[in-house]
Design a protein. Structure first.
Lengths: 226, 400
């Protein structure tokens, strides 16, 4: 079964002149895949990730998540999908600086109407899963880059989404920390989570079972990593 | 998978408050400074209203202590608009009404009083000379600062009792009979000086002489200009109804009855109208405080784009984002108004203590002030919250 199905998706950003970020992209990602999206800067990688994650609506084409078309859904429904089906990880972590690691992770459950106590317990467990059980009370400024990214992964995973979308997850990290983060992603994938990583790091792409190359908003190559 | 179709994006209302508090607590100095404007406004409103309430409560307590069973009878105006006079028999008639405890009259004397016969006639110091009944102090609860009031004996002789302001104006502070004043071209000995009369402040600037000497020496008529009636508190309504007929049976419609306690409180309320100016100032401070909060919230939204984007990516709806920012503004203004209410209550207490009053800060004022603060916070937070809610998540997360 396909977690993600894009059919002839185009995205044009308004402006003068309008910028076409994606041009008729058709793509399916099956449950349990570890896919890397690569390509040069400006090739449309991040836009593709935003559209897959319902953070952007396509200008044309259809997006199906978990078999369900999303194009005609109101914003309210898209939010519910993001809360339940998709976890995001960003290059700049985007942790809330004044919240502790556990509170940052618990925020992912805030919009599911879960009581505070249960949110904290789940967040504590998720942090233990990424090896940060000893850091739950620390704020992002007190954590290393690798630790911050692992907090962000815990935040993405605490709601047990079907798919994890990561935008350059190792882009702000040194090699060792990057390796650690990659190991966590691979571990999640091995437990059944679909992982899609946007990267231009060949090493990250090498870890993925499938590499999708973008250029100028179009898929130019799609195959297993060789 | 199944979670996708079944679940909704929802936030428990109880989570809004801790969310707002955490956001504000992350910038304590900024929170403090932006709450100050609202605090000043609320403190002004609370203290202005608190001080005027305390002052009114003090006056009411003072009047209550003196007894609210005093009525005054004065000649009214006739149907044709002429000023009428009360018959000389009025005090005696009134005294015969059952529940009346005492009735004391003052009557006009066409004379002026001077410190000595060298003072030019025009320098009257606005002191009025009245012929007074000897039971006047009992009726109006007047007390003597020095000397004694007129007695049946002294009322026959050229003796005078001065009101508090009159004594000050004439520069007299002794009433042992050694001081004389020039009254209606005769020397009168000062035998008494009154303390200020709370229930009849019009007596403070008078010189009171006896009825017999007024008639004999100054050719005064017996027509009373004002009769002070002390009656049994339980029968005030009956007495009030009977008074016109007793005072002037031939023309009861020409008699005017007043309750000086009511008049004094009404006057105090009227002079409190100047507080409108201070209330307006407080309102302006509140407005500026609200604008300050709106301003700081707009800045906050700009600074927190990534947080807003992340929350949207985690499933927050626009409504949830808006609620978060409105809640922050409301908590901010609520903190300001709570501080303002405390400061205003404290200011009232200090002011009242300095005047030896009991401090009165009405609960409705405190509640209204808090409510006003919260409303202002909500209004101030509305526009920034809408901006935050409208932010495109992909843009906020720099995924474009």
């Amino acid at each position: 079964m396909n977690v993600i199905e894009l059919t002839a998706v185009s995205k044009t950003h308004a402006g003068s002149p309008p910028v076409t970020a994606l041009h008729e992209v058709t793509l399916s990602v099956a449950a349990g895949e570890f896919a890397a999206i690569t390509g040069p800067s400006g090739s449309g990688k991040s836009t593709l990730l935003a559209i897959v994650g319902t953070l952007e609506r396509p200008s044309a084409g259809t997006v199906r998540l978990a078999g369900r078309p999303t194009d005609s859904l109101p914003d309210r429904e898209l939010c519910a999908i993001r809360a339940a089906v998709i976890g995001f990880v960003f290059q700049q972590f985007h942790l809330v600086p004044w919240l502790t690691a556990v509170d940052n992770v618990a925020t992912a459950l805030l919009y599911r109407g879960m009581p505070a106590g249960r949110r904290r317990r789940a967040a504590t467990d998720a942090l233990a899963d990424v090896g940060l059980a000893h850091r739950i009370g620390h704020r992002p400024a007190e954590l290393s880059g690798g630790e911050c990214q692992r907090v962000a992964i815990a935040r993405a995973m605490v709601g047990e989404p079907a798919a994890l979308l990561a935008d350059e997850p190792t882009g702000s990290l040194d090699t060792a920390a990057g390796q650690g983060v990659l190991a966590v992603l691979a571990e999640l994938n091995s437990r059944g989570t679909t992982v899609i990583v946007v990267t231009h790091d060949p090493e990250v792409a090498g870890r993925a079972g499938r590499v999708i190359r973008l250029r100028d908003g179009q898929i130019v190559a799609d195959g297993s990593a060789a | 998978m199944n979670a996708a179709t079944g679940s909704r994006s929802t936030m428990r209302p109880v989570d809004a408050l801790p969310l707002a508090v955490a956001g504000l607590a992350s910038r304590p100095l900024r929170t403090l400074l932006s709450a100050v404007g609202v605090a000043i406004g609320i403190a002004t409103l609370v203290s202005v209203l608190g001080i005027s309430s305390s002052s009114r409560a003090q006056l009411v307590a003072q009047i209550d202590a003196l007894g609210t069973n005093l009525l005054t009878v004065t000649p009214g105006t006739s149907f044709s608009g002429e000023t009428v006079t009360l018959p000389a028999t009025a005090p005696g008639m009134i005294d015969r009404i059952g529940p009346v405890i005492s009735a004391a009259a003052i009557g006009d004397v066409s004379a002026s009083v001077y410190r000595s016969n060298d003072v030019p006639a025009a320098n009257t110091e606005a002191i009025t000379v009245y012929a007074a009944d000897t039971n006047l102090p009992g009726a109006v609860q007047a007390q003597l600062a020095d000397g004694r009031f007129l007695t049946n004996a002294t009322a026959r002789y050229p003796t005078v009792v001065l009101g508090a302001d009159a004594a000050t104006a004439l520069g007299i502070d002794r009433a042992d009979g050694s001081v004389q004043v020039w009254l209606g071209n005769h020397w009168f000995s000062v035998v008494g000086i009154l303390r200020p009369v709370a229930l009849a402040p019009e007596l403070d600037r008078t010189a009171l002489i006896g009825n017999p000497i007024a008639r004999h020496l100054l050719h005064a008529t017996d027509a009373p200009v004002e009769i002070y009636v002390r009656a049994s508190p339980a029968s005030m309504a009956t007495v009030q109804a009977d008074l016109p007929y007793a005072a002037d049976p031939a023309a009861p419609q020409n008699v005017s009855i007043a309750d000086p306690a009511d008049a004094l409180i009404a006057r105090a309320d009227a002079t409190a109208a100047f507080q409108g100016l201070f209330l307006a100032l407080g309102g302006i401070a509140l407005l500026i405080g609200g604008i300050g909060i709106a301003n700081i919230m707009v800045i906050s939204v700009l600074e927190r784009q990534s947080e807003i984007g992340v929350r949207r990516a985690l499933g927050a709806r626009r409504l949830h984002i808006a609620v978060q920012f409105v809640a922050e503004a409301v908590v901010l203004a609520g903190l300001g108004s709570a501080a303002g209410a405390v400061i205003g209550g404290f200011a009232t207490t200090v002011y009242a203590a300095s005047r030896h009053w009991a401090a009165v800060v009405p609960w409705p004022v405190l509640l209204a002030a808090m409510g006003l603060g919260v409303v202002i916070g909500g209004l101030a937070g509305l526009y920034p919250a809408l901006r935050a809610a409208r932010l495109a998540p992909a843009e906020a997360l720099r995924l474009r």
